[in-house]
Design a protein around this ligand. Structure first.
Ligand code: ADP
Ligand code: AMP
Length: 208
């Protein structure tokens, strides 16, 4: 079997429709409000929102050969292999003419991060990190009510563990490079968006 990078390159040829698109990674624990705030950012700042989780769920629904494997991994709160997720992200970027993307829920671990950089040659402009307590995230997930198979207390606990063990190191990697914009995500949707807006608004406009 080839590496994640070889496999992703074979399928999509390593390119995206727009050369050098602006990419912002949106990270945070499950239920920290990534999807909610991405919808606001799309509306105000013209980005295209690509959620790794949504792309994986669409792949299950499409009846793809990987569908059962993806479904089982999501049920267990596990990280789906990089080559699968990267291919889906690349395809979505290729199919979209925009030149700025919010990539939500990716990279989930160091291997995701390194493989994405190697395949796409894209470095994120910055990383938006929604910082929220587990207690609050658990409350939100248990009342999300979207019929998701992974929004049950058993899987939620597993997802928290994966986030701490595998995803936080990615945030540490980018923190060391000065790329993380940390947001206090424990507040109301409106208050969180005020902080998000400040990150996306160019400095000269903020002076007004
Ligand atoms: P994520 O994409 O990080 O998993 P979501 O955006 O789906 O999180 O939010 C999880 C749940 O919490 C949703 O039901 C959403 O409506 C709700 N929610 C999101 N942000 C907030 C907030 N700031 N305060 C209270 N509830 C929120
Ligand atoms: P989310 O919709 O972001 O809450 O993700 C739901 C589930 O999809 C996660 O618990 C993982 O099982 C899987 N998943 C989401 N994003 C990724 C990713 N970048 N890499 C691998 N698996 C992922």
């Amino acid at each position: 079997m080839g590496t994640a990078v070889e496999s992703a390159n074979k399928e999509v040829n390593g390119s995206v429709a727009v050369k050098n698109p602006t990419v912002v990674f949106v990270l945070g624990g499950p239920g920290s409000g990534k999807g909610t705030q991405c919808a606001n950012i799309v509306e105000h700042f013209g980005y295209t929102h690509l959620s790794a989780g949504d792309l994986l769920r669409a792949e299950i629904k499409s009846g793809s050969e990987n569908g059962t494997m993806i479904q089982n991994m999501i049920k267990e709160g596990k990280i789906v292999p990089s080559e699968v997720t990267i291919k889906l992200l690349q395809r979505a970027m290729q199919e979209n003419g925009n030149d700025k993307f919010l990539i939500d829920g990716f990279p989930r671990n160091e291997e995701n991060r390194a493989a994405f950089e190697e395949v796409t040659k894209i470095e994120p402009a910055f990383v938006l990190f929604f910082d929220c307590s587990e207690e609050e995230m658990e409350r939100r997930l248990l009342s999300r009510n979207q019929g998701r198979e992974d929004d049950n207390i058993e899987t939620i606990r597993k997802r928290f563990k994966v986030f701490l063990e595998s995803s936080l190191p990615v945030i540490e990697h980018y923190t060391a490079r000065g790329k993380v914009r940390k947001i206090d995500a424990g507040k109301s949707v409106e208050e969180v968006f005020e902080s998000v807006k400040a990150v996306f608004t160019p400095k000269e406009e903020k002076a007004d």
